[in-house]
Design a protein around this ligand. Structure first.
Ligand code: ADP
Ligand code: ADP
Length: 220
């Protein structure tokens, strides 16, 4: 489903954030991405979400070179990806419902379909009944689950998570990882960037290790 072929990324005025990265993710696979702070994890995820473009090489998503897509086509390619951030990036002046509905409103779905899908997504993350709450009134774990509901409400074939458990204690981290496993079990491809080695070791998935922009290990 996803292929990096000789991918390098250099930020303007910066050093190489990624150097000649090669790997593949199969459709329906779940994998971890790890490495020290500054190793290039966020950059790698941003290339998949087309939030940044590679300097060299090809990022292939479903056999399409997404690094070379015209601006007009980027929103369509992006719908294949649900992205989850450490800091949730929720809108705090909107309710839980409105936060989760956002991608569907942007996609232009009608009101009934939006109702139906938001409820389905909230059900999957065990937040049904909290539609009218504001994110700030919920716990840290619940806020992360709103972010996950928003990421999956479009039913994307792939989920990317950037340090999704960074602000959570071990028990809540476990809960979030179990949610990712549930999505993976119904066929969603999942890539989780984390520096939480203990979390990775408790779970049995392939792990890509980045060091100074290079993949130094790829197995599990
Ligand atoms: P990680 O997610 O593993 O902490 P990043 O992908 O955020 O790593 O960063 C990789 C390297 O790229 C770091 O050296 C970082 O300082 C640099 N970098 C990240 N974003 C930018 C940017 N927007 N402009 C310049 N340099 C950046
Ligand atoms: P955690 O132990 O995960 O941090 P909290 O103790 O913050 O959880 O929250 C426990 C429950 O209390 C949650 O279901 C949350 O919805 C509710 N809650 C927390 N803070 C508030 C608040 N300021 N107003 C209303 N409900 C709250």
């Amino acid at each position: 489903m996803l292929q990096f072929i000789n991918v390098s990324k250099r930020y303007p005025g910066g050093a190489d954030a990624l150097k000649n990265v090669n790997f593949e993710l199969e459709k329906g696979e779940m994998a971890f991405l790890t490495g020290h702070s500054g190793a290039g994890k966020s950059t790698l995820l941003k290339l998949i979400a087309i939030l940044e473009r590679s300097t060299q090489g090809q990022v292939m998503l479903d056999n399409q070179n997404i690094g070379r897509l015209s601006k007009r086509l980027v929103p369509y390619a992006r719908r294949k990806i649900g992205m989850i951030f450490q800091d949730h990036r929720l809108l705090h002046d909107r309710t839980v419902f409105d936060n989760v509905a956002l991608p569907l409103i942007i996609a232009g779905l009608d009101r009934h379909e939006i109702q139906r899908r938001v409820r389905a997504a909230l059900d999957k993350v065990n937040l049904l009944g909290k539609e009218k709450r504001y994110p700030i009134t919920l716990s840290g774990g619940e806020q992360q689950r709103i972010g996950i509901a928003r990421a999956v409400v479009n039913r994307p074939p792939m989920i990317l998570a950037d340090e999704p458990t960074g602000n959570l204690d071990p028990a809540l981290s476990e809960e979030i990882m179990q949610l990712f496993e549930q999505f993976n079990q119904v066929g969603v491809t999942v890539l989780v960037a984390t520096h939480d080695i203990a979390l990775i070791e408790r779970m049995n998935y392939r792990t890509l290790v980045l060091s100074q922009g290079e993949i130094v290990s790829n197995h599990g």
